[in-house]
Design a protein around this ligand. Structure first.
Ligand code: ACO
Length: 275
């Protein structure tokens, strides 16, 4: 079966000063996620994950959208026409890169520049920090076209938002602005559109200076503990810290402690040690 959009580059990226800026790149289709985009995104994420010149990954969108969710034509209609095997394949491709992002080795920042719908909540949740433009629009629009918010989307809303707000959001099919998304916990913060890139760059500049192994252990611990009891969480933290010692963490910690206690070069309460 011929590819409906053979020339399309659905994902693009550039690496500048240790930050990988990855773009959903179907602006004419509001960056909705086709099977091809899902496959290309997985390849790009894998390419960037272990590059020494990538310390932080930013996921953003070209044009007016972050992503308008799953592609109703290519992900749903065309795939469904091919039967269950094709449906499962497409689901695995999309859920696969969402999962990859959740457990990414590097810190990740979602820079939500515009529309963010439905299936887009998967990568939104996958990113560790989410900064939205005040005028971005967030919607669980599934109910508006007769399906439920699947592909992780309802779980994301329920996990990040207060329950009453999440329920309303899922049932009503009304959009939230960036400001409302911030108030309801869907994103970390929002800023005016003309300050968006500057703010994300600022966050990246801070993350870049952190000790990479400790940062990875921190984000994984935060995610793992979501469904743990206090005691299990505590035990997990002990083991994660001990594991961190096997990955360069011990040397970093010794050095940081010395910079504070012996050399008086920095104060952990006021900034990051010199890695
Ligand atoms: N699937 C397929 N095509 C899409 C999608 C999508 N999710 N979103 C946009 N497009 C296409 C449009 O069909 C249109 O194609 P065309 O130029 O060939 O006609 C093109 O992208 C531009 O879209 P417009 O609707 O003209 O753009 P506009 O800026 O006016 O509106 C908006 C943007 C609000 C995002 C609108 O496109 C829209 O409602 N999209 C669907 C959003 C949605 O509900 N996504 C699914 C969520 S549920 C899920 O992900 C499982």
């Amino acid at each position: 079966k011929p590819d409906p959009r053979p020339q399309e580059e659905t994902v693009k990226y550039e690496v500048i000063d240790d930050v990988a800026w990855v773009y959903f790149n179907r602006p004419d289709k509001r960056n909705c996620m086709s099977p091809k985009l899902n496959r290309q995104m997985k390849i790009v994420l894998e390419e960037l994950e272990f590059r020494d010149d990538v310390k932080v990954l930013v996921l953003t969108g070209e044009g007016t959208a972050w992503t308008a969710g799953m592609d109703l034509l290519e992900y749903f209609r065309m795939t469904e026409a091919e039967g269950l095997g094709a449906i499962r394949k497409s689901q695995r491709e999309s859920y696969g890169w969402f999962e990859r992002l959740r457990w990414y080795e590097k810190p990740t920042v979602a820079m939500i520049n515009g529309w963010c719908f439905g299936g887009g909540y998967g990568p939104l949740f996958g990113c560790d920090i989410a900064v939205a433009s005040e005028d971005a629009q967030f919607g669980l629009s599934e109910i508006n076209w007769g399906i439920l918010p699947g592909g992780g989307a309802s779980k994301v809303a329920q996990e990040l938002m207060p329950f009453r707000k999440a329920m309303y959001h899922a049932m009503m099919g009304e959009n939230l602005t960036g400001k409302q998304a911030e108030e309801q916990g869907l994103v970390t913060e929002c800023v005016p559109a003309d300050k968006l890139k500057e703010r994300v760059q600022e966050i990246c500049d801070v993350l870049k200076k952190k000790e990479t192994h400790a940062l990875r252990a921190t984000k994984w611990t935060m995610r793992r503990m979501v469904d743990m009891t206090y005691d299990n969480g505590l035990d997990y933290q002990i083991r994660a810290q001990e594991a961190l010692h096997s990955f360069g963490g011990k040397e970093a910690r010794t050095e940081a402690t010395s910079q504070f206690l012996d050399k008086k070069e920095f104060k952990p309460g006021l900034g990051t040690f010199d890695t």
